[in-house]
Design a protein around this ligand. Structure first.
Ligand SMILES: NC(=O)c1ccc[n+]([C@@H]2O[C@H](COP(=O)([O-])OP(=O)(O)OC[C@H]3O[C@@H](n4cnc5c(N)ncnc54)[C@H](OP(=O)(O)O)[C@@H]3O)[C@@H](O)[C@H]2O)c1
Length: 280
């Protein structure tokens, strides 16, 4: 049995689908099982997070492995991992971030959050695999509201470059890491190729059958509501990170293909998979 946290999210949902499709027993944890809409073959169970490990062991009953999403444990990661270990979990695959590989001199909240999570896992006594993805292709969903309204998307840094990764590819690496037990291993994960922001918008246009244009605005013109999937207080850091991508080559790895045997999916494939998310 594998316990999956963040099971209704981009990566967790894809992982639950892949595990159940392979007939692997999976328990999907969520704060609201009634709204989870996960495959019937998954044991969808309410997530319990408290300061007391004894309160949390029940959700790990019969499990040997855990997929851990950084958001779900709040201030109680150590207790959560202790509960997992007490219940018989041996190995945890962590959804971390490629940011932990950056120079610590430029740390932000994102860096510190994932570095702390990885250290908590190392300290837990559990065997571990760290998945360190770069930019998710799903970040492009931030433009959906503009694309539903018209053919022009306004935003900063048209020439910003990233190597977006399909959530299904992160999940596929997670599935291999779990089923093959990639012990004490860190995987840096990216999509297969660099792409600019303007090219992403054009690819989404191709997917929905429309000609879309990216209209660059100055950083001063950026409003938080332009990025509805990012907390408003994190928008300035996000825009600064976008500025960095104009001048600096993004990381590019072949880990998805190395681990799964299948090339990482392109942004164009992601856009076709998500075309309906951009339709009114
Ligand atoms: N976006 C990027 O470019 C990027 C890049 C590198 C790393 N990452 C990391 O990847 C993770 C995001 O993965 P994702 O997109 O798959 O996640 P997601 O879709 O944003 O969320 C996953 C699930 O986590 C649960 N959740 C969220 N906040 C919670 C909270 N405060 N307490 C308990 N449960 C909570 C929710 O499930 P329920 O409502 O069902 O409980 C949610 O559906 C983050 O740690 C992020 O830092 C992201």
């Amino acid at each position: 049995m594998i316990v999956v946290t963040g099971a209704t999210g981009n990566v967790g949902r894809a992982l639950v689908h892949q595990l159940t499709a392979a007939d692997t027993p999976v328990r999907a944890l969520t704060r609201d099982p009634a709204r989870a809409h996960l495959p019937p073959a998954a044991d969808t169970t309410r997530l319990v997070v408290t300061p007391e490990p004894a309160d949390m062991t029940v959700q790990f009953k019969g499990a040997r492995q855990l997929f851990l999403h950084a958001s779900v444990t709040g201030d109680h990661t150590t207790a959560f991992l202790a509960a997992a270990r007490a219940a018989g979990v041996e190995h945890v695959v962590v959804l971390s971030s490629i940011a932990v590989e950056d120079d610590p001199a430029h740390d932000t909240f994102i860096h510190t959050w994932h570095r702390t999570l990885e250290q908590d896992v190392r300290d837990s006594g559990l065997d571990w695999t760290f998945l360190r993805p770069g930019v998710f292709a799903t970040n492009a969903l931030q433009w959906a509201w503009q694309i539903k309204q018209g053919d022009t998307v306004r935003g900063p840094y048209a020439d910003g470059v990233s190597t977006p990764i399909h959530e299904g590819d992160i999940a596929a690496v997670a599935r291999h890491a779990l089923t093959e037990r990639h012990s004490a291993t860190a995987h840096a994960l990216t999509g297969p190729a660099p792409i600019t922001t303007a090219q992403q918008i054009a690819a989404i246009g191709d997917a929905v059958g429309r000609s879309l244009t990216y209209q660059e605005i100055t950083p001063d013109e950026v409003a938080p509501e332009m990025f509805p999937i990012i907390p408003a207080d994190m928008v300035p850091a996000f825009v600064a990170a976008l500025a960095h991508t104009v001048e600096h080559e993004p990381p590019l790895t072949t880990t998805v293909e190395d681990v799964t045997g299948t090339p990482a999916r392109t942004f164009a494939e992601w856009a076709r998979d998500h075309a309906d998310d951009f339709r009114a």
